[in-house]
Design a protein around this ligand. Structure first.
Ligand SMILES: Cc1ncc(COP(=O)(O)O)c(C=O)c1O
Length: 384
């Protein structure tokens, strides 16, 4: 029998796929980068991109040559890349002293942090971050259905060890501890990392060493002795290839046994692997850049203090300046094509803007542009 169509059918929206509960509660990551503004600058303008702590100069000619040479064989792009970046892992074993089996190469160190969260966090777990922190880790943790607790030392520029000892419980699943930390630049000593790992054996300590090379202090060798420690690093800072997206993590056999299960061995693209191997091999260029940054950092700190600014130096390729009106300073700098990062909205970090350190000539240029601004607005750098 043919059913009659009702005269006034109720309009029902069709069913739609629901996101996971963790995703539903996330807000899209609101990335603020100056790149789109820089691309629209008038011809001839020289931007100073000092907002994302990348290397401030292009990769060395050896990196470009390696990539161009690799592209000469067309098959290098239609085939999948070398699985697990095996060659790069061998190079990294020599560079870090950690055996190749204790290293996983990832698509930027962000990918390493995500892998750690996916492998070791369940919804509702207790996860602690040293605060203020690198924002993207929060997204990865929240993506697992976790709202991390903050370990906030009374002074953000003090190390967080005492605060962590008060904050952690034996049930804490993971601690995110960057060293040098972003945005503060604070270092945590390997001795303190080891004590924390021993005091909380069921907690996974993730030490993010994205800025290791600028400070020269590392917890990496400890991963062979501490089964609850993972250390992540990146090629985005002193190696100058943030655009290629290469990072890695180091851990002992216990953690590796689990991390290898969700790890995708073809996630690091072929050009990234070639570029990273060439950048790692170009030791002289890297050491020269790090020395430049250290010198330029000292220069900029002195010059800003000479102009009355309240400056916090760091062990990384950035410094922080606390000012009365961070928004006004950021906008004034943008008017002379200088791009820095306003970090003043972070709880406990009010008033601070973060400036990436580049070469000495770039920092000289920065000081000249600041002087131009100070002529018009003499209180621009005034502390609160
Ligand atoms: C502390 C920290 N970890 C990780 C990253 C991301 O590095 P990558 O480019 O390797 O994903 C950054 C980038 O700014 C960072 O500051």
């Amino acid at each position: 029998m043919i059913q009659e169509t009702p005269k006034h059918p109720t309009v029902q929206s069709p069913p739609v796929p629901a996101p996971s509960r963790a995703t539903e509660s996330l807000a899209p990551y609101d990335a603020v980068s100056s790149l789109s503004v820089i691309r629209r600058l008038p011809r001839g303008a020289v931007p100073l991109k000092l907002d994302w702590n990348e290397s401030s100069i292009p990769p060395t000619p050896k990196v470009i040559e390696a990539i161009t040479g690799f592209l000469a064989n067309g098959h290098h792009l239609n085939w999948y890349p070398e699985l697990g970046a095996a060659g790069l892992r061998e190079d990294l074993a020599r560079y870090t002293g950690v055996p190749a089996e204790g290293i996983l190469v990832t698509n930027g160190s962000d990918d390493a942090l995500d892998l750690l969260c996916r492998t070791f966090i369940d919804p509702g777990d207790d996860v602690v971050v040293v605060w203020p922190t690198y924002g993207h880790f929060l997204i990865f943790a929240r993506g697992r259905g976790v709202e991390p607790r903050k370990a906030m030392p009374p002074d953000p520029f003090q190390d967080a060890v005492a605060t962590l000892l008060e904050t952690l419980t034996p049930a804490t699943r993971m601690v995110y501890l960057p060293s040098p930390a972003n945005p503060t630049g604070v270092l945590t000593s390997p001795q303190d990392v080891a004590s924390l790992c021993r005091a909380f054996p069921a907690t996974l300590f993730v030490v993010d060493e994205a800025y290791y090379e600028f400070a020269g202090i590392t917890s990496a060798p400890l991963v062979q002795h501490l089964p609850n420690l993972a250390v992540t690093r990146t090629f985005s800072k002193c190696f100058g290839i943030a655009g290629l997206r290469v990072g890695y993590l180091m851990a002992g056999p216990y953690l590796m046994g689990h991390l290898r299960k969700p790890y995708n061995p073809k996630s690091v693209n072929a050009l990234a692997q070639v570029g990273a191997r060439a950048a790692l091999a170009d030791v002289d260029a890297r050491e020269a850049y790090i020395a430049q940054v250290r010198g330029a950092r000292a220069f900029l700190v002195t010059e800003l203090r000479r102009r009355g600014a309240e400056v916090r130096n760091s062990e990384a390729n950035f410094i922080n300046v606390r000012v009365r009106d961070p928004r006004r300073l950021v906008q004034a700098l943008e008017s002379v094509a200088v791009f820095v990062r306003d970090r003043s909205h972070l709880e406990g970090f009010e008033g601070y803007i973060r400036i990436t350190i580049g070469t000495l000539s770039q920092m000289n240029d920065l000081v000249e542009r600041i002087d131009l601004l100070l002529e018009r607005e003499p209180d621009l750098l005034a502390a609160p």
